[in-house]
Write a protein that binds this ligand. Structure first.
Ligand SMILES: [Cu+2]
Length: 143
């Protein structure tokens, strides 16, 4: 009987646990009416993230609270897995961050580069994603 119970628990919980790992929960803070923020949220959802959108009229405060320096500000701020992700960072890089779990506050793709997820236009050069850490200007990844 115990064995049956354990097998059942495994069957019930196994997929749920795996699912939690594969579908990171992200909270995206944006200014009202930001269209490209919506575009980035759609990109993340299409890549298996669950995204909660929060509108705020005081985005600079959110950035300040999570230690995003002025020069690394993007157009919206995402909290995911204990990290802050600033701007239009591609989902693959966020997954890399969540997998590697480096000892940094987060990452940023400053500005709004053409062709980045959620942005229109065509990509002209590799996106440079910076670390948000004590070492200012350290590159986390290029995509
Ligand atoms: Cu944007």
């Amino acid at each position: 009987m115990l064995r049956v119970f354990l097998t059942l628990m495994f069957l019930l919980l196994g997929p749920a646990l795996a699912g939690a790992e594969e579908q990171p929960e992200a909270t995206l803070y944006r200014q009202p009416f930001c269209g490209c923020c919506e575009g980035h949220a759609e990109h993340l959802r299409a890549n298996g993230f669950s995204v909660k959108m929060v509108e705020t009229k005081n985005l600079p405060l959110i950035k300040k609270q999570h230690g995003v320096p002025l020069e690394f500000e993007g157009c919206h701020t995402i909290l995911v897995g204990g990290y802050v992700v600033e701007g239009h960072v591609p989902a693959t890089i966020i997954r890399k961050l969540l997998k590697e779990r480096p000892a940094i506050r987060g990452i940023s793709l400053p500005g709004m580069p053409d062709g980045s997820p959620g942005m229109s236009g065509t990509k002209k050069e590799p996106f440079v994603i910076y670390e948000l850490s004590g070492e200012s200007g350290k590159v986390y990844a290029k995509e």
